[in-house]
Design a binder for this molecule. Structure first.
Ligand SMILES: C[S@@+](CC[C@H](N)C(=O)[O-])C[C@H]1O[C@@H](n2cnc3c(N)ncnc32)[C@H](O)[C@@H]1O
Length: 423
């Protein structure tokens, strides 16, 4: 497909196409050689990313608005141009004239779509006459493979509340290295993370160069807090990259070993350590086939998972995944838990966590670990800022996107702290 890749909108279209038509993950499309954003200025890059993310959060509504105007389904490129245009008009409130002309231009540049400029022009003009194109429409639904088990567990109201949060642009959360720095407009959350709700360029914020903080969702920041690493302890961060939790553990003064199977992801951990002036020993290997030289006081296992708790930050996931890899992930998580327990000194602690909304990757995984290892104990969380209802019957911490909804929600996570017997 040939599209105009020189503008933010052209790049957004190419990215949308990669996600919706090729099933690519947005992060991969952004980082790929020859990525559509490669030649753009920083502000156009940010604009292209914002546009594609907002569109992915509103595909369902955009298609509903477009349906009455399309007698038959247009080619994918034209459909995606129309979706981009509708979302810009409905959500961003961009000036109609500019949006319509830009979208017509995108279609004009497509090899096989030049003849559809009239259709795009006519449809988008009609949409631009609607006062609020998405008014009274419910937020975009999660895919059935994910929605159904969540409705079964939490009910429709909770699932709708989660979807309402997923429809919004999430705030930027930062974890401070020590004392929270002064950043204009940043709120300090009850758990200690900083939250910025306006649109900002991260590298322009005070404290970026000096590594006073790093970007990390407020829920993600709780796993290392639950581990509660102490100055001088030997701590293993298994599945560590890109390293938000490694940085938190290193900041306590603990001696951290950060292990991950992926060297490209570990390269980002190296960058993060350099920027923050923190240190960790880094090992690139498969945790399932590695044996440490000595045992650890504590292990953090942030296991690979469906990432279904992160849809508000990664709205491309429902389009790139169908849930078919979950049984394999559940098996891998259990194997990693068993392996991690073998790396602990007697009386050591393991925090297991996943950024999944699904019980099989969280609550059920904890139950299964306890039945495989009956002499483990679960230590219920006592962290500042968490609500009692977030603690599960089994002593884990269940975090949901609709918690703190009024200030932008949080990523979905499950985490639990386990202790091995002292002798
Ligand atoms: C949820 S991510 C970790 C995020 C990280 N803890 C952080 O806070 O930035 C899961 C990680 O597990 C790693 N991984 C997957 N299978 C692994 C294995 N067998 N051994 C080691 N790492 C593995 C992936 O490369 C990925 O970086």
């Amino acid at each position: 497909m040939a599209v105009d890749g020189t503008t933010a909108r052209g790049a957004a279209l190419a990215l949308l196409d990669a996600v919706l038509e090729d099933g690519a993950q947005l992060s991969q499309a952004l980082e790929a050689d020859g990525s559509p954003i490669a030649g753009l200025s920083p502000s156009d890059r940010a604009r292209a990313q914002r546009l594609v993310l907002t569109t992915l959060r509103h595909i369902e509504q955009a298609d509903k608005v477009l349906k009455p105007y399309l007698r038959k389904s247009p080619p994918a490129l034209v459909r995606n141009v129309l979706r981009l245009g509708v979302v810009e008009l409905a959500v961003d409130g961009s000036a109609a004239h500019g949006v319509v002309n830009a979208m017509v231009d995108l279609v004009r540049h497509g090899n096989r779509t030049q003849h559809m400029t009239g259709l795009v022009n006519a449809v988008l003009r009609k949409v631009s006459d609607m006062p609020e194109p998405f008014a009274k429409m419910p937020p975009q639904k999660m895919p059935q493979w994910l929605r159904q088990p969540l409705v079964h567990r939490w009910g429709r109201d909770v699932v709708s509340a989660i979807e309402a949060v997923q429809a919004q642009t999430p705030p930027l959360d930062l974890t401070p290295k020590s004392t929270p720095p002064e950043i204009e407009g940043a709120a300090v959350l009850p758990t200690g993370s900083l939250r910025i709700s306006r649109s900002v360029q991260v590298s322009n914020l005070p404290g970026f160069e000096t590594g006073d903080w790093w970007v990390q969702d407020a829920a993600a920041a709780l796993a290392a807090r639950l581990l509660d690493a102490q100055d001088g302890e030997e701590v293993l961060d298994l599945c560590a990259a890109p390293g938000g939790k490694t940085l938190q553990i290193a900041a306590t003064g603990a001696k951290v070993t950060a292990l991950d199977i992926s060297s490209p992801r570990l390269a980002r951990l190296h960058e993060n350590l350099a920027r923050t002036g923190l240190s960790a020993k880094i090992i690139t290997t498969d945790a399932l086939h590695w044996t440490p030289d000595a045992l650890y006081d504590a292990v953090l296992l942030d296991a690979p998972c469906s990432a279904t708790g992160t849809l508000r930050r990664h709205p491309d996931l429902p389009f790139a995944k169908d849930g078919s890899d979950i049984p394999e992930l559940v098996e891998l998580q259990a194997a990693l838990i068993d392996r991690a327990l073998g790396f602990l000194k007697p009386g050591g602690r393991l925090v297991f966590c996943t950024c999944s909304l699904l019980a099989e990757e969280g609550e059920d995984q904890l139950t299964a670990a306890l039945s495989r290892h009956p002499n483990l104990t679960v230590e219920a969380p006592t962290l500042a800022g968490i609500a009692p209802e977030w603690i599960t019957e089994g002593g884990g911490l269940r975090l949901r996107p609709d918690y703190w909804a009024e200030t932008g929600g949080m990523d979905g996570f499950f985490m639990a702290r386990l202790r091995t017997p002292a002798t």
